[in-house]
Design a protein around this ligand. Structure first.
Ligand code: BGC
Ligand code: MG
Length: 560
């Protein structure tokens, strides 16, 4: 294996504090199983990604984040890892990974991998050893095993619920065949939670971090980064039914955001800092406010955290102005950049979400029987405007594969094709996240729209997706793909990621209007046009009226 020394990258030296790449980067999320399938089995894979790197370079992104491709029984699409230091055969081999990384770096694209430290798969060797071992053993102490309540231990240790629905505890059968202890799983029963008070767990994850850093990765997106440490005594807690399912409650939750979790990231910060090239840690932490989330990116902790408060904000100027101002202030207070994100593999795609008329909290999804279906044209117009707003903001922005094509959420997935554990654990009451995970279209006229050579796709693609295909959009200056390319190019050329935001008044309540360097940005979330300010238009999310910014449109102008 490479040593840190041999993994040093001449093209990516460590930079002065304050100028690290992750402060301004546009980072593109690849969901490997749905990106590009080279083998024809209907599941995307690493060679598929390698074959598309030129398309990603042409889009202009700085870095990739890959959702899990490590060994996994795929009970939660790879977020149930059975071996943290290997590639699942579904996606390829470690050699395929190395080749992908080398080729990405050769194109100036950095690569962040997903790390899932809150829980493993129940097929992980440690969990299998724990099941075979006795209560109280060292093997069980790596996970959260507890005796049940009730006379016979027949009741779960507390009332916690799984994020995916149903109880957060499962009872095991002991080696002698009797009903035994219970183990905690904040997610599916196939995802037992580690016990992070156990030093052996901490040491194992240091090894995992080094394994990928030694191979040359530029950082980690850390899954459920608010969840590792649980409150002493595991007190009962009933979630707020109105909160997003991944957390986000205002109340103190005994399994989210416990103080002790920060010590883990201080430790990782030191470890990552031993490597050259500004390697970064990004927290997936669903917390209620930018202020709380900013605790994850204090100077000695992680480098970035997803701005879910921003993602969850409706397409309404006053709320957007508030969350943008709050975010910039909260992150600046700890010396970190804000990040911005509108879509990922856990939420309804923003080309649909921004036109929803009914509440659809993250993780619940939309399906054939959901009320208030979004009107596609409205959703796409708003999505383009929202993206144009986001990419003008100072800080780092995350994109999710397919949003550059304007893909909507897929609503009409038949029940028997759905795969998200949420769908099964709630008996179909919650549709879950399959609608944003459908394999993406590359070619209008090819089988599976060019996703796989055989036409296979692990989730069915809609019949009307030919118009969204990348090749259908590439030469069209009005396409969503062309819009993304030009926004990213202008953002880079004018240094917007590293700029500062100055609010502009006088555009009315429905406008989000600001200056970033020499660029004036106005977004119109209302239903009536706004007069355009003076300046040369350098980008627009849709057609402009005569001297007017139409509804659901964002424009960038300059006077230089
Ligand atoms: C990931 C989800 C996953 C969950 C459990 C999340 O936050 O983004 O896709 O189901 O963690 O690992
Ligand atoms: Mg494949």
């Amino acid at each position: 294996m490479n040593s840190p020394q041999t993994a040093e990258r001449a093209d990516a030296p460590t930079t002065a504090a304050g100028r690290e790449w992750w402060r301004t980067a546009v980072i593109y999320q690849i969901y490997p199983r749905s990106f590009s399938d080279s083998t024809g089995d209907g599941v995307g894979d690493l060679p598929g990604i390698t074959s598309r790197l030129d398309d990603l370079r042409d889009l202009g992104i700085d870095a990739l984040w890959l959702s899990p491709f490590q060994r996994s029984p795929q009970k939660d699409a790879g977020y149930d890892v059975s071996d943290y230091c290997d590639v699942d055969p579904l996606f390829g081999t470690l050699a395929d990974f190395d080749e992908m990384l080398t080729r990405a770096h050769a194109r100036g694209i950095r690569l962040i991998v997903d790390l899932v430290p809150n829980h493993s798969s129940d097929q992980h060797v440690w969990f299998q050893e724990a099941l075979a071992a006795a209560p109280g053993s060292l093997e069980r102490a790596r996970y959260m095993f507890r005796d049940g309540r009730g006379v016979e231990g027949e009741l779960p240790p507390n009332n916690w619920e799984s994020v995916f629905g149903g109880p957060a505890w499962t009872r095991v059968v002991e080696a002698d065949g009797t009903a035994g202890q219970w183990y905690l799983h904040l997610f599916d029963s196939s995802q037992p939670d580690f016990d992070w008070s156990n030093e052996e767990v901490r040491e194992e994850f240091r090894r995992v971090l080094r394994f990928w850093l030694d191979r040359g990765v530029d950082g980690f997106r850390v899954d459920v980064a608010h969840g590792l440490v649980k409150a002493e005594g595991l007190p009962d807690y009933s979630p707020d039914p109105d909160a997003g399912s991944m957390g986000g409650e205002e109340a103190d939750v005994p399994y989210w955001g416990q103080d002790g979790v920060h010590e883990v990231y201080r430790d990782w910060h030191r470890l990552v800092a031993e490597y050259d090239g500004d390697r970064a840690l990004c927290a997936e932490a669903w917390l209620p406010t930018p202020e709380k989330t900013a605790l994850w990116v204090r100077p000695d902790e992680m480098h970035q955290a997803f701005n879910f408060a921003y993602l969850e904000t409706a397409w309404e100027a006053p709320s957007l102005r508030a969350v943008i101002a709050e975010s910039i202030a909260a992150y600046a207070a700890v010396g970190a950049p804000s990040t911005w994100v509108l879509s990922n593999h856990d939420v309804v795609r923003h080309a649909s979400r921004l036109a929803l008329t009914a509440e659809n909290p993250q993780g619940h999804g939309i399906g054939p029987d959901s009320p208030g279906k979004p009107i596609p044209e409205v959703g796409l117009r708003r999505a383009r405007a929202a993206t144009a707003l986001m990419l003008a903001l100072p800080g780092s922005a995350y994109l999710y594969q397919g949003e550059e094509l304007g893909l909507p959420e897929v609503i009409d997935i038949p029940g028997d094709a759905r795969q998200d554990p949420t769908w099964f654990r709630t008996n179909g009451e919650r549709y879950g996240r399959d609608g944003c995970r459908v394999p993406i279209p590359w070619a209008a006229d090819a089988p599976a729209y060019g996703f796989s050579p055989t036409g296979a796709a692990w989730l069915p693609q809609p019949a009307e997706w030919a118009t969204f295909a990348r090749d259908a959009q590439a030469g069209d200056p009005g396409s969503t793909l062309s819009l993304y390319r030009s926004l990213i190019a202008v953002r880079r050329a004018r240094g917007l990621g590293g700029g500062t935001l100055e609010w502009l008044a006088g555009f009315g309540t429905d406008a989000v209007a600001f200056r970033n360097g020499n660029v004036i940005v106005v977004g119109n979330t209302g239903s009536t046009p706004i007069p355009l300010p003076d300046g040369i238009v350098i980008a627009a999310s849709g057609p402009l009226g005569d001297g007017e910014l139409p509804a659901d449109t964002t424009v960038w102008l300059t006077n230089d």
